[in-house]
Each structure stands twice: as C-alpha cells, then as structure tokens.
Design a protein around this ligand. Structure first.
Ligand code: ZN
Length: 452
C-alpha cells in the first residue's frame, strides 16, 4: 500500500513540476501586460494624462480618450475647474503582472481582479474582476451584485482592493460658500485642524464629569458634487463619479458603501465614536481606547460588543471602518476587530435621477447623522488624526441593451465566471450580451496585480 501511495505522490509531484516548467519556460511565470482600456479604472488605468489640481493639489488621472479638448478638466477631489489643458503629461496604461500559475493550485475567487483571454479575440487579454462563481445565479440591482438573490459581502480587505478614493485630507481646497470644508465641526467644539489631520482636546476632564460627556463630532461632507439644479432639502451623499471619465455625460448614483481610513492616537480615558448613515440604517461604534473595548449600535440598538483587551491607539495605529454590502466592519492596526452582518441585508434607498438621504430631512448640523454619511466623535478623550481618507464602493450600473434577464439574473454554467469592471459606466463585461458574456474557466489566465 505504502509503495502504491508513494508512486501516486511521485506522479503528482512530476505533473506539478511539469506544469511549473512548462509555464515558466514556455510562457513565462509572471507575464507583464499593459492596460489599454478604461474598464478597470481607477484600479488599473489605461492610457491617461495626469493632472495636478491647482486648488487642492490632488493628482488625478484622466483617460486619454476622455480628455475634454474644448473645456476645463474638473478635479474629482474638490470640483475646481482647470482650463489650462495642454501641459499635462501623457502616460501609457498601467503595467500589470499576471500570475499564470495561481489557478493551477486554487480556484479563482470572488472579488479578485483577473486576466483572461478575450472571448471574441483569444490573442488579446482582458482584465476584469470576478463577482460570480460557477453555478451561481447573479444579478445586478441597486448598484450591487446579488448572488442567489442576496448580497455577497466583501471583507474589509477585499473592499480595499477595489475601493475608489473619494477624499484624502492631505489635499484640501480653499473653502468657499459653494465648497465648504470636507470635514467640519461645530464652531467652538473640540476639533482643531492640525497638519493634514485633526486634533480634539477634551473640553471637560473626564475625571470631573458628573454627567455623560457630550460627543464632539467631526463630519464628512462629500465635496465633489455637481452643482444641484434646485435648492436642496436633503443632503448630497457620495456618488459614483469618476474623475477618470471626464467627458462622459450620465446621471450619477448615490453610493452608501463607504470606507474610512485614518491613523490615530488617543490619550486619557473617554470614548472615540464612529457614526455612519446608509440608506437604511444608522451605525454607531463606541470605542473605549484605554480599555480596549467597544460596542456597535445599529439604529440605536446594541448589536455587538467586545470586552476589554489590549488598549487601542496608545501609539499611532491605523483604523479602517467599512460600511459595505450590508456589513459593518472595523479593523485596527490591520487586525479585524469585528465584522457584523445585518440580519436583513436589504437593498434600499436607491432613487432614480436623484440622491437619497440617510433618513429624514436636514435640520442643520445639530443632527449630523441625517445630513452626513460619516462622522468621527470624541468624548472626554484626546484624539489626534492623520491620513484621513474616505473611499467608496463601486456602483454597478445597468447597461443599455442588456439581455433583459437582469430581473431574474444570469445562471452561470459549471465552468463560468461573471466578471465586471471597476469603472462600471465604461466597462464592457459580463453585463453585456455581446463580447463580454460570462468567462469560461479555460479562458482565465491568472490574477492581476499592478506591476512596477
Ligand atoms: Zn482639487
């Protein structure tokens, strides 16, 4: 028996070795390619120009074929318009490396970017992201991918792979009436701008308190909104705008799925709070950094808590907080603290031709969670924030001339993968009936990552 097993082992090893050798010598193990099209921007960019905003200093890419020759380029970060179009340098598409061996050892995964041979032109490569696996029924509704009729939540790490930058506080514009500061606090509150971040000093010493301390809030207001056509009775949330697609005219969609990233340090007792609003729910995370404990409230109800442990944020540590695909996820210093999945991951809040607010009318900054999608708060604790960034999820748009089967979804065969581009408004992918149907396993080449 032992001998037979050994023979099998040697056989398997020999086959694996042959596969490695064949891939290495005949085809190359890591294949460099250049991106030619717009469909995976801004994760992977095709030929583009790079523009530095004269107001906020943010550097952004604009697709070469979307270069607005007749009018200004608009900064996606702060909405400043720049008319001096000529000097911006041209760049070729991003270089990608394809790991051609990866799928010999493991199956392709949902949410990973892959390169495959284009179904209609096998000599060419295409790059997209896998969202549906063999045998699954996939549909697109409300900007989300539904698998078997339900959201398939990304982990916070998968979210980071495809999240599109909305705002980076290192790049701040000159505030005007039309374009207020992106992060705001109440006048006289504890938050002060400091370097590229903020500092909050407790107004009352926690030791002196008799009543629960008030929370000092710092609110995020999405800056990059087109000018509204009419006075607004409700706030503008984050939309699926792409600075990359400068010349594309379309109506934008509200995006509820956001990621907040910051590096922070705290001192003293007290609480750090994170507040978020989606179309359906209000989230509140309360953290007690000195005790290493915390609680999550959804719509005012305590749904999760974790007991004290190692203190948070004694040293500067990265905080990542995601509201995505019906989940609320928190990571500190790269470690997952919690991942809460809402019992009912319903889609909602989508509106046609407008933007929905997270519940209720706007009454002013006294009710920040009905106005602002994200807020950070401090109560009795000293906080210093740096590298404050907000990202959004991809909103998967419907396509004209689709196969009409999106209501019930597309049932994938046992070797088929459903692929979508991150630049959904400009992507040719599995949504379209022609050319971009689901991709057969045999066409997949390997996972893609950006090369140097
Ligand atoms: Zn700008």
């Amino acid at each position: 028996m032992a001998t037979a097993r050994r023979v099998v082992e040697i056989g398997v090893l020999a086959a694996a070795t042959l596969l490695v050798l064949r891939t290495w010598f005949v085809e190359g193990l890591l294949v460099p390619v250049r991106v030619a099209g717009p469909s995976m921007a801004e994760t992977f960019r095709g030929p583009h120009r790079q523009v530095n905003c004269h107001d906020c200093g943010f550097s952004f890419a604009v697709a070469e074929d979307q270069w607005p020759a007749q009018r200004a380029v608009v900064c996606p970060h702060c909405r400043a318009a720049m008319a001096d179009l000529d000097p911006w340098p041209r760049y070729p598409g991003d270089r990608l490396l394809i790991d051609k061996l990866a799928f010999a050892w493991r199956p392709p995964r949902r949410w990973e970017a892959v390169v495959f041979r284009c179904p209609h032109q096998a000599s060419r490569y295409c790059v997209k992201r896998i969202v549906g696996l063999p045998g699954e029924r996939v549909q697109i509704a409300g900007g989300e991918v539904l698998v078997q009729g339900r959201l398939s939540p990304k982990s916070i790490w998968q979210f980071r792979q495809l999240a599109q930058l909305v705002h980076d506080n290192r790049f701040r514009h000159r505030p005007t009436k039309d374009r207020p500061p992106v992060w705001q606090s109440v006048a006289g509150g504890g938050w002060q701008s400091q370097g590229d971040g903020f500092r909050c000093l407790p107004r009352v010493s926690a030791a002196d308190r008799e009543q629960p301390l008030a929370v000092d809030w710092l609110w995020f207001q999405h800056p990059a909104q087109p000018a509204p056509r009419a006075p607004l009775s409700r706030p503008l949330l984050v939309t699926d705008d792409y600075g990359y697609n400068q010349s594309l005219s379309r109506s934008l969609n509200p995006v509820n799925d956001l990621l907040l990233v910051t590096r922070l340090v705290t001192s003293g007792p007290g609480e750090l709070c994170l507040r978020g609003v989606t179309a359906d729910h209000q989230f509140l995370v309360r953290l007690q950094p000195a005790a290493g404990s915390g609680q999550l409230y959804v719509d005012g109800r305590l749904v999760a808590q974790w007991p004290g442990g190692r203190p948070f944020f004694r040293q500067p540590q990265q905080l990542e907080w995601a509201l995505v695909d019906g989940t609320c996820q928190l990571a500190i210093a790269g470690q997952r603290i919690f991942r809460h999945v809402l019992a009912k991951s319903a889609l909602g809040g989508e509106s046609v031709g407008g933007v929905t607010a997270g519940g209720g009318e706007v009454s002013g900054p006294s009710a920040p969670w009905t106005v602002w999608p994200l807020a950070l708060g401090a109560a009795g604790v000293e906080v210093q924030l740096a590298n404050l960034q907000v990202y959004r999820d991809v909103y998967y748009t419907k396509v004209a001339g689709d196969r009409g089967d999106q209501e019930e979804g597309i049932l994938l065969g046992d070797q088929q993968y459903f692929v979508l581009g991150d630049n959904s408004p400009r992507s040719q992918d599995s949504r379209q009936g022609s050319g971009g149907s689901p991709v057969h396993r045999d066409f997949l080449v390997g996972p893609a990552r950006r090369g140097r």
